[in-house]
Design a protein around this ligand. Structure first.
Ligand code: HEM
Length: 484
C-alpha cells in the first residue's frame, strides 16, 4: 500500500513539474479554439483503432477545423499540433518550418540522417549536394529505364487479361522497385519476376512496424517498444536492409573508377561517388535508402489510383488513348522525352489523381522560432500538421464538385487564380519533394505504356486507410482487356 501511495505521489510531482516546464505551451494552447477534444486526453481518442478508422477520424476532425476558418489545435497525448486549412498559413509553415516533426523519428531508426528525415542543419548542406543528381538533364537519362520496365510490366500483366478483378498495385510497385533500384544504385533486381526476396520481405516488415508505432501510442516510448517482440524483429529487418545497401555501395566503390570513364547513363550512386563528396559510406547508404523508399510506393500508388480512376471514367480514358495514338500511331517504341512532353492530357489526369488521392496525406513539421500565421503567432517547438488529403478536397478551394474527377481543373487557364498551396502533392518550399520530376516522368511513361496496351475497367475505391501513405482498404482492383 505504502509503495502504491509513493508511486502516486511521485507521479503527481512529475506531472506538476512537467506541466510547469511547458507553461507557455499550455498558455498558447488556451488561445486557440477547441474542436472535438476531451478533458485530459485532448484529441488522443480520434487516433485509436485500425488504419481505416484513424484515417476517417483525421478527415472528420480536420473538416471540423476547416469550418472554424482559424488556426486550431490538436493534442495527441502530450504533443501539441496546430492545423490550418488556409493556403496562406500552409505556405508560411512549409516555407519557414524546415525541421520535420518528432513523429518522423520512427523512420530515423531506419533512414538515419537520409534527406527525408535529416535534422535541418545537416539537411541544408546535404540537399545542396544532392540537388545536381536530380537535375532534369540527369533524370531524363532514366527515361529509357522507365520504358524498358514499363514493357516488362505490360508483358507480366498479360496473365490477368480477361480475368476477374485483381490488385494492380502489386504489379506496379514491383515495376517501380526495379526502376528505383536501377536508377538509384545501378542494381538490376528484377523484382517484377522475383517479387518475394528476403530483402524485400525485410523492407515490408520494417515499414509495417514503423507504421504501427506511428499510430499506436503505447508502442511509441522506446522503453515500452523495446520490451515487445517487435523491437527484435525490427532490428533484424533493419540490419538486413542496411546490409543489402552496404554491399551494393562496397561493390560500387570497387568498380566506380572503371565505370566513371564510360559514357552514357549513370546511376545516382555512381554520380555521387564521382563528385567526390565528403559522404561517409553510412551517409551514402542513408541517402540511397531514403531515395529508394521515398520514390517507390508514392509513385506506384499514384499510377494505381490513376488506373482505377480512368477505369471508372471511360470518357477520360478514351481521351488519354486518343492522345497516345496521336503521339505514337502504330509505333511500338517506348516513350521518349519528346513523347512524354506531348502527353498534356495524361499529365492533367495524373495531377487530378494526386489531388483526389494525396498519397502523402499528412506532412508534419516543427516551428524552430515564432511563426506568425493568419489568426495567431505560434511559439517555437510546436508541431504543425499540413493535411493535403483534406486541403485537396476542400470545397472552399476547389468548388462544390471538389470530390469529382475533372482533369481539366489543371488546364493553365483554370489554374491561374489558384493559390500555390491549395495543391501540394509534392509538398512546397525548399524542403519539397526532390524526386518530383523523376516521379512525373516515370508515372507518365508507365501509364502511357499500360494504356496503349490495355483497356482498364474498375470502380473508384471508397474505403481508404492510412499506413504512412494513403492506401485503398481493398487494393486497387481493376480488370483489363487487350487493345487491338
Ligand atoms: C508521385 C510521387 C511522389 C510523391 C507524391 C512524393 C511526395 C513527397 C512529399 C509530400 C515529400 C515531403 C514529405 C514531408 O515533408 O514529410 C517528399 C519528399 C521527398 N521525396 Fe518524394 N514524392 C514522390 C516521388 C519521389 C521520387 C520518385 C523520389 C526519388 C526518386 C522521391 C524522393 C523524395 C525525397 C528524397 C524526399 C525528401 C526531400 C527533403 O526532405 O529534402 N520522391 N516527397
Amino acid at each position: 500500500m505504502l509503495v502504491l501511495i509513493l508511486i502516486v505521489v511521485l507521479a503527481a510531482i512529475y506531472y506538476v513539474k512537467f506541466r510547469h516546464s511547458r507553461k507557455l505551451l499550455y498558455q498558447f494552447s488556451e488561445t486557440l479554439p477547441n474542436v472535438g477534444d476531451l478533458p485530459l486526453i485532448g484529441h488522443t481518442h480520434w487516433f485509436i483503432g485500425g488504419p481505416e478508422r484513424i484515417l476517417n477520424n483525421i478527415r472528420k476532425l480536420v473538416e471540423k477545423i476547416e469550418k472554424l476558418d482559424s488556426v486550431t489545435k490538436i493534442w495527441i497525448g502530450p504533443s501539441l499540433y496546430i492545423v490550418s486549412l488556409n493556403p496562406e498559413d500552409v505556405q508560411k509553415i512549409l516555407e519557414n518550418c524546415l525541421e520535420k516533426d518528432y513523429s518522423y523519428k520512427f523512420l530515423q531508426t531506419w533512414l538515419g540522417n537520409g534527406l527525408f528525415v535529416a535534422p535541418v542543419d545537416l539537411w541544408k548542406a546535404h540537399r545542396r549536394l544532392l540537388l545536381p543528381i536530380f537535375h532534369n538533364r540527369i533524370i531524363e537519362d532514366y527515361i529509357e529505364v522507365f520504358g524498358e520496365q514499363g514493357n516488362i510490366l505490360v508483358k507480366t500483366l498479360g496473365e490477368q487479361v480477361g480475368k476477374r478483378p485483381f490488385d494492380v498495385y502489386e504489379y506496379v510497385t514491383s515495376c517501380m522497385l526495379d526502376i528505383v533500384f536501377e536508377t538509384a544504385m545501378g542494381e538490376k533486381m528484377d523484382v517484377q519476376h522475383n517479387p518475394d526476396t528476403p530483402y524485400l520481405r525485410a523492407r515490408k516488415t520494417v515499414m509495417s512496424i514503423i507504421n504501427m508505432r506511428l499510430f499506436k501510442a503505447w508502442l511509441q516510448p522506446d522503453a515500452l517498444f523495446s520490451l515487445t517482440s517487435l523491437a527484435n524483429v525490427q532490428k533484424e529487418s533493419i540490419d538486413a536492409t542496411h546490409k543489402f545497401t552496404d554491399e551494393v555501395i562496397s561493390k560500387k566503390i570497387a568498380t566506380f573508377e572503371k565505370l566513371s570513364h564510360k559514357d552514357g547513363r549513370k546511376d545516382m550512386l555512381q554520380l555521387l561517388l564521382e563528385r567526390k563528396l565528403a559522404f561517409s559510406n553510412i551517409e551514402l547508404r542513408e541517402h540511397i535508402d531514403s531515395i529508394t523508399i521515398a520514390g517507390n510506393d508514392t509513385t506506384a500508388l499514384v499510377i494505381s489510383y490513376a488506373l482505377v480512376l480512368l477505369g471508372d471514367h471511360p470518357d477520360a480514358q478514351d481521351k488519354v488513348y486518343k492522345e497516345l495514338q496521336g503521339i505514337f500511331g502504330d509505333s511500338k517504341r517506348v516513350p521518349t522525352k519528346e513523347d512524354l512532353t506531348k502527353m498534356e492530357y495524361l499529365e492533367r489526369v495524373i495531377k487530378e489523381t494526386m489531388r483526389l488521392y494525396a498519397v502523402v496525406p499528412i506532412i508534419a513539421r516543427t516551428t524552430q522560432k515564432e511563426l506568425k500565421l493568419s489568426s495567431c503567432t505560434i511559439p517555437a517547438g510546436v508541431g504543425c500538421a499540413v493535411v493535403p488529403m483534406v486541403l485537396h478536397r476542400s470545397k472552399k478551394l476547389w468548388g462544390p464538385d471538389a470530390d469529382s474527377f475533372d482533369p481539366d481543373r489543371f488546364l493553365p487557364e483554370n489554374s491561374v487564380d489558384r493559390h500555390p498551396c491549395a495543391y501540394i502533392p509534392f509538398s512546397y518550399g525548399t524542403r519539397n519533394c526532390i524526386g518530383r520530376h523523376f516521379g512525373m516522368l516515370a508515372m507518365k511513361s508507365i501509364l502511357a505504356t499500360f494504356l496503349r496496351t490495355y483497356k482498364v475497367s474498375s470502380k473508384t475505391p471508397d474505403r481508404l486507410k492510412i499506413e504512412i501513405l494513403l492506401f485503398p482498404v481493398d487494393g486497387h482492383q481493376i480488370t483489363i482487356e487487350k487493345r487491338l
